[in-house]
Design a protein around this ligand. Structure first.
Ligand code: HEM
Length: 438
């Protein structure tokens, strides 16, 4: 019996390994445009696709049938679309592992498991998270507020000097989080332009996968050098602080990995929220007026936009460590579980009129930052950036409007982090904050 099971496992491993390799070969040829791929059923792609600012209707149909659905794949993969069921999976680190090393055994990952905070389990995860947590307290983050305000204002100034329409993605949404991460980590001013270039190249999912992969290794090499420089002369930023407090217990590679994890977690996500949130506000001008005129209302608008957009469409994959029940469905040890955060945040049993943006609702319990031990460590920093960026933009350019027909906007077709490729905007007349205060 054991031999039969072993040979079935070997066969499964060979089939999934072969599929994994085919998929990787296809990805490196075509980038991430799997839209027309014959070998991936549409249900599997649904959590990675969007319909403008909304999840694709297929996800709502799955959700209506039940909070958890098995996807048609040769390995057992469950898609969770219910809000409560997602919370159950995300909070239960005893039953669900984030360690991709487990998936490697199934042949889904060729050699290297990704590693880092998001892909580790306790006690490794607890150890690394403890090192970073003090750097993300409100007290520590508050020192960044004047710096983020200055970054935002500088970008607004640069945009106002341009003739004709601007691209809000390139000119505002990407520089703001990239430069904020420079401030957070302590990247020297002279290296920031290059840092931005590398960050953009790294997340260019529209480009060839090979270009993006080479930017990943460039980025890791850069962080290793930055760590070495910080060891010699630690500055005020997060890396300098980590070197001072934990320099003896953390190797250079570990510190570089943590820094790279913060870039991975904090750049593309926040950039997407800035541009998609702006688009949503341009489509509902009362939201735009609200963030411009009412300081008290900004927090509510930010949280509701985070819920509605859920730019991280799917949480890190979990792999069941043991047999466990989720919303009445039996999950077996070894099964893979994906939580569709974008659909869980539209669960009608939790949010009335889930597709509407209603800033007065208490949206703060949304799952846009995940839930449980792996909940986004940068959530407060991201909200801080959005609470500064949206009103500053709305006050400075109260007449801003789309420079193209909404139908011509180009969104990412298939991605874990959703976003716009570009957002052409006519700024209208420039109103400085000082004039508005009068
Ligand atoms: C709007 C912006 C952001 C969104 C929507 C977002 C969303 C998320 C989500 C959904 C997770 C994973 C939860 C899971 O699978 O359990 C996550 C994890 C993480 N995020 Fe963010 N994030 C944002 C900004 C940031 C920022 C600014 C940083 C840091 C500078 C950051 C750093 C991280 C890290 C390090 C993790 C892994 C945490 C862990 O595994 O313990 N994120 N984020």
């Amino acid at each position: 019996m054991r031999e039969v099971l072993q040979s079935a496992t070997d066969m499964r491993s060979r089939v999934t390994g072969w599929m994994g390799k085919r998929l990787l070969a296809h990805l490196s040829r075509t980038g991430f445009d799997l839209e027309s791929s014959w070998f991936v059923p549409s249900r599997v792609l649904a959590p990675l696709r969007r319909n403008g600012l909304n999840p694709v209707p297929e996800l709502a149909r799955m959700q209506a049938q039940g909070p958890i659905t098995r996807l048609p794949l040769p390995v057992t993969v469950w898609l969770v679309t219910g809000y409560e069921a997602s919370k159950q999976v995300l909070v239960d680190s005893d039953s669900f592992s984030n360690d991709f090393g487990n998936l490697k055994e199934l042949g889904l990952f060729a050699d290297e498991a990704p590693g880092g905070l998001g892909f580790s389990d306790p006690p490794e995860h607890t150890r690394l998270r403890k090192v970073l947590t003090p750097e993300f307290t409100m007290r520590r983050l508050s020192r960044l507020v004047p710096r983020i305000e200055a970054i935002v204002n500088d970008q607004l100034d640069l945009m106002s000097m341009k003739d004709g329409p601007v691209d809000l993605v390139e000119d505002f949404a990407m520089p703001v989080p990239a430069l904020t991460i420079c401030e957070l980590l302590g990247v020297p001013a002279s290296e920031r332009e290059e840092f931005q270039r590398r960050s953009v190249a790294r997340f260019d999912l529209g480009g060839a996968a090979t270009a993006s992969l080479s930017a990943v290794s460039e980025s890791v090499v850069y962080f290793r050098e930055l760590v070495r420089a910080q060891r010699l002369a630690p500055t005020d930023g997060l890396l300098g602080e980590l070197v001072r407090k934990h320099g003896d217990e953390l190797a250079d590679d570990e510190l570089a990995g943590l820094a790279d994890g913060l870039l991975t977690g904090g750049f593309e996500t926040t950039a997407s929220m800035i541009s998609l949130g702006t688009l949503a506000m341009l489509r509902s001008p009362e939201l735009f007026d609200r963030v411009r005129g009412d300081e008290e209302a900004v927090g509510g608008v930010v949280d509701e936009l985070l819920r509605h957009q859920s730019v991280v469409q799917v949480a890190f994959l979990r792999i069941a460590r043991k047999d466990v029940e989720v919303a009445g469905t039996r999950i077996r040890a070894g099964d893979i579980v994906a939580c569709s955060l974008s659909q869980a945040n539209r669960d009608p049993s939790v949010y009335a009129q889930p597709d509407e943006i209603l800033p007065e609702r208490a949206a703060g319990q949304h799952l846009a930052f995940g839930y449980g031990a792996h909940r986004c460590i940068g959530a407060e920093l991201a909200k801080m950036e959005l609470r500064i960026a949206y009103p500053a933009l709305a006050r400075r350019f109260p007449e801003m409007r789309l420079a193209v027909d909404p139908g011509a906007l180009s969104f990412r077709k298939l991605s874990i982090v959703y976003g716009l490729h570009s957002l052409p905007i006519h700024l209208g007349s420039d109103t400085s904050p000082a004039q508005l205060d009068l």
